[in-house]
Design a protein around this ligand. Structure first.
Ligand code: SAH
Ligand code: SF4
Length: 382
């Protein structure tokens, strides 16, 4: 008989499971606390549960973590884990300690089908969705490992960002119970403002997330017009910029924060010119959207054929946005020495989509609007 992995359940799901075992629903709360707050995986340890229940659980359920293939610690304290998800696939999670918080960057899929040109995961292609249990297992393992490692009794991870491998809104059914577990006071008790879903722009699912489980939203913009975004983020061909921004506007009615974060990866000569900044200002103004910009230094990898924008250009871009009244930050890169930064997460993916082949074809027909027709003022910069 196959047993249920209890990491697959949010509290509601666990209550339903307890009912099926002929137990009262409130037993689920105790069980949920043992698993998520105390990191227990052995039912025999759960001494305040009736012995009969522990026996039933032992026969029908398990708490199964993901096997850790590697763990790397950076000089700056960042830790990256590579987890085995079977069948030759692996996903990564990254812990980023800061003075006032600890952030875990979590993966949602083995690979990614969106195929953004600047993303290492995208270049790997797509293998499969992670289950709720596989998403939660990254947090479960990291939190309880870190408490031991850092000798802390209280919570170590205060923030979760769904910015690891994969497009979370293309794995919606598994994502939502995982988010609910992160938010639940009987589990990790994270505030909605401290759980961020990052998306390349799956418009219908942005609306569903707003209705089902509103958390902080980050949208990977990367381009100020459809021609360039079609090329960098192929999903734009399906959900162009105006539709995306309208969905962001609707999301704000439900969001725990009163702004959307726009991520913008700075690619040398591609999307980093003053003209692009001006177009961005116009775009967000015309939509009247309350937003912040987070400029991400591109983390290069050879197959992308792209380069990181020089720092002065990033700062000049940030200045143009700031001067137009848009709050703009430039992201610090962390964990550089262990390839733990954004977009470097590659895991090991059995590509079922021939992405590498498609990418190679795309590169030959790629448009670089900024390169083809440099504006006079920007030509000088190079
Ligand atoms: N699929 C989601 C979440 C995972 S990617 C999304 O695209 O939003 C998380 C962030 O890393 C996104 O903003 C993505 O654009 C960015 N990113 C991807 N590749 C990168 C790279 N090579 N350098 C810097 N940032 C990158
Ligand atoms: Fe997928 Fe996000 Fe990478 Fe694009 S940036 S390929 S959506 S993981």
């Amino acid at each position: 008989m196959t047993t249920a992995n209890l990491l697959d359940f949010d509290l509601e799901g666990l209550a339903a499971f307890c009912e099926k075992l002929g137990e009262k629903r409130f037993r689920a709360t105790q069980l949920f606390r043992w698993i998520h707050q105390r990191g227990a995986s052995d039912f025999a340890q759960m001494t305040d549960l009736a012995k009969s229940l522990r026996e039933k659980l032992a026969g029908s359920a398990r708490v199964e973590a993901l096997p850790v293939l590697t763990q790397q610690e950076s000089a700056d304290g960042t830790i990256k884990w590579l987890f085995d998800v079977g069948d030759g696939n692996a996903v990564e999670a990254v812990f980023i300690p800061e003075d006032d918080r600890g952030t875990l960057c979590v993966s949602s899929q083995a690979g990614c089908a969106v195929g953004c040109r600047f993303c290492s995961t995208g270049h790997q292609g797509f293998s499969r969705n992670l289950s709720t249990g596989e998403i939660v297992a990254q947090l479960w393992f990291a939190e309880h490992f870190l408490r031991k490692h850092l000798k802390r009794d209280e919570r170590v991870i205060s923030n979760v960002v769904m910015m690891g491998m994969g497009e979370p809104l293309q794995n919606y059914a598994a994502l939502v119970p995982a988010l609910r577990t992160m938010l639940d006071d009987n589990a990790y008790g994270l505030s909605r403002r401290r759980v961020t879903v990052s998306t390349s722009g799956v418009v219908p699912m942005i609306d569903r997330l707003g209705a089902d489980c509103p958390v902080a939203l980050a949208v990977s913009l990367h381009a100020p017009n459809d021609a360039l975004r079609d090329d960098l983020v192929p999903l734009n061909r399906k959900y162009p910029l105006v539709e995306l921004l309208e969905a962001c506007q609707r999301y704000l009615a439900h969001a725990p924060r009163d702004f959307i974060t726009f991520e913008y990866c700075m690619l040398d000569g591609v999307n980093d010119q003053p003209e692009h900044a001006r177009q961005l200002v116009e775009l967000v103004r015309s939509q009247g959207i309350s937003c912040k910009f987070n400029l991400i230094p591109f983390n290069p990898f050879p197959a992308s054929g792209l380069l990181r924008s020089p720092q002065p250009r990033v700062l000049a871009f940030a200045k143009l946005l700031s001067e137009a009244g848009i709050v703009t930050t430039v992201r610090k890169t962390r964990g550089d020495d262990i390839d733990a930064a954004c977009g470097q997460l590659a895991g090991d993916v059995r590509d079922r989509t021939n992405a590498a082949q498609r990418m190679a074809q795309r590169r030959t027909v790629v448009l670089h609007p900024a390169r083809k027709k440099p504006a006079p003022s920007t030509a000088q910069e190079r």
